[in-house]
Design a protein. Structure first.
Length: 167
């Protein structure tokens, strides 16, 4: 269950309860623990080395994926020269999770190293770029290899060349 769903459930239950007696309530952490692991990719911590690989998607052809085999995406509205992201607010970064790499540490033996870099986001974290495109994971990709985000709101799976993935 996503954190948003847990939060919405808490709000709903709070609004529905009109008991005269005080009742015990679970904390958000307790509810999340009870709901099991959240669906979607595991967050990459800011100090991690970004590990990239090329995967074959049945839907869109060759794509770049992260260490957990989740498809990476770029946004047409992001800047590429110099790289910049329009996805800086929490409501965006919780859905389109920026791929981070401290100090430009990227392992990608199957990709041209000239295409790989990082840039500093407004929050001070370093986001990975491929051919100048900042890259993200999509929260609705529920399992490795999904390409659910391809074509959503101007975002596309990124091919190993840095272009839009397509068959």
């Amino acid at each position: 269950m996503s954190r948003f769903a847990v939060f919405a459930l808490i709000l709903f239950l709070g609004a529905c309860s009109a008991s005269a007696e005080p009742e015990e309530t679970a904390s958000l952490a307790e509810l999340e623990a009870a709901s099991g692991p959240a669906a979607g990719p595991t967050p990459v911590l800011p100090g991690d080395i970004a590990k990239l690989q090329v995967e074959q998607s049945a839907a869109v052809g060759p794509v770049v994926a992260d260490r957990d085999h989740y498809t990476l995406y770029f946004h047409e509205k992001d800047g590429t020269n110099p790289p910049s992201s329009v996805c800086v607010e929490a409501e965006c970064t919780l859905v389109w999770v920026p791929l981070l790499a401290k100090g430009g540490q990227i392992e990608a033996p199957a990709l041209d190293p000239k295409l790989l870099s990082t840039f500093q986001r407004p929050d001070g974290l370093e986001q990975v770029t491929i051919a100048g495109h900042p890259v993200y994971r999509y929260v609705d990709d529920e399992k490795a290899g999904d390409t659910v985000g391809h074509g959503v709101d101007g975002r596309f799976a990124i091919a190993p060349t840095g272009a839009k993935a397509s068959r």
